[in-house]
Ligand binder design. Sequence first.
Ligand SMILES: [Zn+2]
Length: 353
Amino acid sequence: MPRGEVGDKRLCGWAKDGKYLVKTGYSLAVERFGSFVDMRPSSSFSTPKVVWNGIWKLNSTSKVKSFMWRDCGGALPTREDLFSQKCSSSPLCQICSLFPEIIEHCLLLCGWVRKLWSSSPFNLKVSNFFVSRFDVWFGDLLSIEMRRSGVSLELVAFACWEVWKARVFSSAPSVVPDWWIPPVPGEVKVNVDGSFLKDSFEAGVGIIARNSEGVVFAGYCGQVSATSGFMSEALAMKLALESLSNFPGLKVCFEIDCEELFRLVFGRMLKGGDWACGHILKEILVGAGSAQNVSFSLVRRASNQAADWLARSVVKGLVLKDWVSSPPPPLALILSLDLETALGRMGVKKGVG
Ligand SMILES: [Zn+2]
C-alpha cells in the first residue's frame, strides 16, 4: 500500500509489467508446484518439489538442511565427481574401494552404512534394488512418513550428515600430539604455515622439510600477496605441494595447523572459508589428488613452530639466507627442542644440542 499520493493498483508481482497473463500463471504454477531441474548434468530426471519442500520443513539445523539440499541436488564432492574433475586419484569409495563413490553409495549403500539403516531406530531397507537416486529415496521416505509414524526424517537427515562427516574424516589424517614427531626413516615431514599482519596486509609463508633424524632437508620462506590469514595458510600449502615436483618419488607427510584449511581441503568441502581463496583451494586439491606417496596431518600450533617462525620472520622483514644449511639461532633452538622433545617422548635417551 503506497503511502504517497498514488492510488491503489492491483499488480501481479511475478510479471515484469505487473499485468497478469495466463503464461505468467503457468510459469508461477511450474515454479510453485512443478519440479526443479536436476543439477546432475547427465540426467534428465527432475527432483520433485515435494523433496525440496520436505527438506526445508525439517525441524533440523540449517547446516543439516543445507547438507540435505546439496545431497538431493547432487552437489556433494564425491570422489567420483572429483575424479572426473581430475581432483582425485581414484573414483572408488575411500572406505570399501569396491564401488564408485557416488552420493548413493556414500550415504546409503556402502556396507557399514547399510548396517546403520537396517538397525533400530531406522529399520529401513536399503539396497541397490530399492535405491536408484538419493533424492528419490528421500522423497519416498517423505511419503512413507505421511502414512506411518515412527521414522523421524530429522533423524534420517542428521544420520546422513553424520555419515558424511564420518566418511570424510575416516580417511582423513588425525590430529597428532602437541609435540613434533619425526617421520619414519625414508620419509620426510614437511611443516607448513602462513602468517598475516592485518594492519599492514603483509603475509609470509614458511615451509620446512625434515628427515627422520630431525635434519632440515629442504625449505622455503618468503613473502606472499594475501588478504587474510587463511589465504596465507592456503598459499603456503599450495607452494609446499608445488615444490613436490622437485623431489619425485619422495614419501612426504605434510603438517598444517590451520584447522579450517584442513577441513575444507581434506574434508573436500570447498564451499566456505575465505571466498577469495576458491582458486587456491582448488589448486591444492588438484595437487594433493595427483601427488603420490603424500599424506596430510592437522597438527597443533606447538608442533608447527619451525614453519610458524619462518613465516612470521619474513613478514617482519627478516632476511633469511642459507637458513636450510645453517639455521639462525632462534630457528636452531626450535629445531633442537622439537627433536629433543620427540626423542624424550619416544623414550630415546639422547641429548641434543
Ligand atoms: Zn564403500
